[in-house]
Design a protein around this ligand. Sequence first.
Ligand code: AMP
Ligand code: MG
Length: 290
Amino acid sequence: MNYIERFRVQPNTKVDLRKVDAGFTDTHESHKAALPEIEVHVQKLHDLQYLMYAEGKRSLLICLQGRDAAGKDGTINHVLGAMNPQGCPVTGFKVPSKEEAAHDFLWRYHKAAPAKGQVAIFNRSHYEDVLVVRVHDLVPKSVWSKRYAHINAFEKMLHDNGAHILKFYLHIDPEEQLKRFKQRIDDPTRHWKISDGDYAERPFWDAYTAAFEDALGKCSKSHAPWFIIPSNHKWFRNLAVSRIVTETLEALNMRFPEPTVDLAEIKDKYHAIVSEAGKTKKKRKKGKSK
Ligand code: AMP
Ligand code: MG
């Protein structure tokens, strides 16, 4: 099954998240069975990001969105973290600072967009400004409703500048979220992740669903697609995300750049040094044996 086709939101469609099975695992029976495939994709991801960095011509922006405990951090940990941090900045977006709030809503995201050769990862993204902001009336509807067009124009501009954009909505159902909240309570190493916000947002489940559906439907473009990833099973989420990112990068047909030096000349220099070093070593040995 082609996962890019299978999970991509078609442009200008009405999305109905209730019809999407968050527990879908395709033909894979278990984490154990899927692990070898995940490992292959993760290794490829590492190699392809190295190639993108070396080529230095294009870039990739990966946006991760989802409800609390949907697995944004986990996806970075288990999949995207395989890439070399030198060419792969990760930016998490929280409640805007005073300075950020004083600018237009895209300002802070634009600053974190990838430079040529980079893969940039957004843990939450510019979509928060049509999600939490819309659900909680942080700005009037007359303001947030114009943002879909602003976002589309922003992403088109990034794309015209050489950026490829992939946006993942990590889809979990309310039961799975509650299960994960319980794991956070039961595991002292996860206590730090618990926030009042997690519980405060639960009553707004349906309002978030409507906001996500609008964002996914209005802002999925062929040059900046949204993917709805069934994420009740963390391993399936990892499999799907790693496969989609890998296949996208492979399709770019990237090439290592031509060397900027005369290789034949460099090889001659190298061999001259090796041969000189060999002679010096022999002399030293002779000197010692006397
Ligand atoms: P976390 O990702 O768990 O660290 O939480 C970050 C919090 O920041 C979430 O509750 C988000 O909804 C909130 N947040 C992110 N972006 C914005 C924004 N543009 N406006 C208001 N709240 C935001
Ligand atoms: Mg949180």
